[in-house]
Design a protein around this ligand. Structure first.
Ligand code: PMP
Length: 371
């Protein structure tokens, strides 16, 4: 059967292989998941149920319900100091929806998008799907931060977008304000739009600054999935300059139509949720894992999100170390799923402490055994 060539440009094999393996293991120590282990808070669930009973089951405005956009404007003002007008905010189906619409609106055939490597898997595939060219900014030598001079060297007349993610998946790295300022200077000089994926912004164990605070030409993407344990509810939002938000809204009109209505109403209860206990718990899990793993592994600075990015021990590639871990019933993800290199692996620590300890001790033992 004939398929459009654009689907041939994307490839789902890397991460799917790991999830297929997960199915074949019996009760593995699963450090591969990539989502929180807490449930949606009762107040938000009740709002969702109430919304269903009140008949909030129809399409909403394409850009999202006005009450939620007002709430978003208030939250963004508090977080980044930016005052967004209503036409600078779009409610999306998760940050994935925001990435899809944002790249669709900003990237033409042949345009270049700079993606710091390692990266969240979706970025390169969406850029390829939309006919753009991913250009990788290797961050291994800068301890997974961004060196503004290295960034500038990659810029060509075709560069349109820099795709940032801080706190980052898979590294956990947070870009400090000074680095953001240096990046903004380079982007301003060359007229480049920054997409700033801040889905993990609340999981910050060191100070976190939003790029939106520093650089006006930022499209900031924020989501409810991770902060509120709502990954299946598909909610997020985009804030940025009116022309890009309007272009994204136009595409949403003919694709997603709107973000799920019930979820939008339920999210009105999100400001009543205290995120503190979950963040404190994840910080403690991070400390537990770093405490055990740093004896044997070189780790990226574990500043935020809920991941650790560790270098495979001597004698292993990311893939061969992950194969050994899987043979010992522990699931982790090889670095080449998130990178053009295959030297690291990713751990997600949103699992109960006892499992974490078992997993970390096992990985240390496997590293000591060697290939
Ligand atoms: N960005 C990053 C960096 C992520 O890790 C994820 C989820 N794994 C997403 C975006 C997408 O999240 P969602 O669509 O659920 O908001």
């Amino acid at each position: 059967m004939h398929l459009a060539s654009r689907v041939g440009r994307i490839d789902a094999s890397g991460i799917r292989k790991i999830f297929d393996l997960a199915k074949s293991l019996k009760d593995p120590i699963n450090l591969s998941i990539g989502q929180p282990d807490f449930d949606v808070s009762p107040a938000v669930k009740e709002r969702a149920v109430a919304a269903i009973h009140a008949g909030r089951n129809t399409y909403t405005q394409t850009q999202g319900i006005p009450e939620l956009r007002e709430q978003i404007a208030t939250e963004e003002k508090a977080f980044s100091g930016r005052a967004y007008a209503p036409d600078e905010i779009l409610v999306t189906s998760g940050v994935s929806g925001g990435l899809f619409l944002g790249l669709m609106a900003l990237v033409d055939d042949g345009d270049e998008v700079i993606i710091p490597d390692p990266y969240f898997v979706m970025y390169k595939h969406l850029v390829n799907l939309f006919g753009g060219t991913p250009v990788y900014l290797d961050t291994y030598a800068s301890n997974f931060g961004i060196d503004a001079q290295a960034l500038e060297k990659l810029i060509t007349p075709k560069t349109r977008v820099l795709l940032l993610n801080s706190p980052a998946n898979p590294t956990g790295r947070i870009l400090p304000r000074s680095e953001l300022e240096a990046i903004a200077q380079v982007c301003a000089k060359h007229g480049i739009t920054i997409i700033s994926d801040e889905i993990y912004r609340h999981f910050s164990y060191v100070p976190m600054t939003s790029m939106a605070e520093i650089y006006p030409q930022t499209l900031v993407l924020v989501g409810h999935s991770k902060s509120y344990g709502m990954t299946g509810w598909r909610l997020g939002y985009a804030c940025g300059p009116a022309p890009v938000i309007q272009a994204m809204t136009k595409v949403q009109q003919y694709s997603f139509v709107c973000a799920p209505s019930v979820t939008q109403y339920a999210a009105l209860a999100c400001p009543t949720v205290d995120l503190g206990p979950n963040i404190t718990a994840y910080r403690a899990k991070r400390d537990l894992m770093v405490g055990i793993l740093s004896q044997r592994f070189e780790l990226a600075p574990p500043d935020g999100a809920f991941y650790l990015w560790a270098k495979a021990p001597a004698g292993f590639t990311g893939t061969t170390f992950v194969q050994k871990a899987i043979a010992n019933n522990c699931l982790i993800i090889p670095g080449n799923v998130f990178s053009e290199r295959d030297t690291h692996f990713r751990i997600c620590y949103t699992v109960p402490d006892e499992r974490l300890r078992q997993g970390a001790e096992l990985l240390v033992r496997l590293a000591e055994e060697g290939p």
